[in-house]
Design a binder for this molecule. Sequence first.
Ligand code: HEC
Length: 100
Amino acid sequence: MITSKKWLTAGALCVAAMGAQAQVNQVRVWAAACANCHGTMGKAEPGMESLAGKDKDELLQKMLDFKTGKKPATIMHQLSKGYTDEQLAQISAYFSALKK
Ligand code: HEC
């Protein structure tokens, strides 16, 4: 027989797991906004920068430089301003983990 305390523990673990899953899905939603230009799953058509498999810190630095205007851009300076630094870090980690 399972005690109610065990059920509580199982319930708490389940909620924690769902929270982590929701976070992953959120990053995917942000990353999907990049797919139009940088390709599905970060693999771009020739002539456009692919994001998949790039170094995480390099991606983040570029995004932050776009945001501050340090790196010249036609569009990315606008887009990068739509995300917090923390969100950009998560997006960078997401793309760097994808296969080239
Ligand atoms: C409307 C098209 C468009 C979308 C959407 C877009 N980008 Fe870009 N991206 C560009 C263009 C164009 C450049 C080249 C710099 C410029 O002119 O702004 C670029 C450049 C970059 C670079 C620098 C590549 C390099 O090595 O120089 C990174 C990193 C990047 N984008 C990341 C992203 C991320 C992450 C997203 C989603 C949050 C995104 N982009 C969404 C068009 C887009």
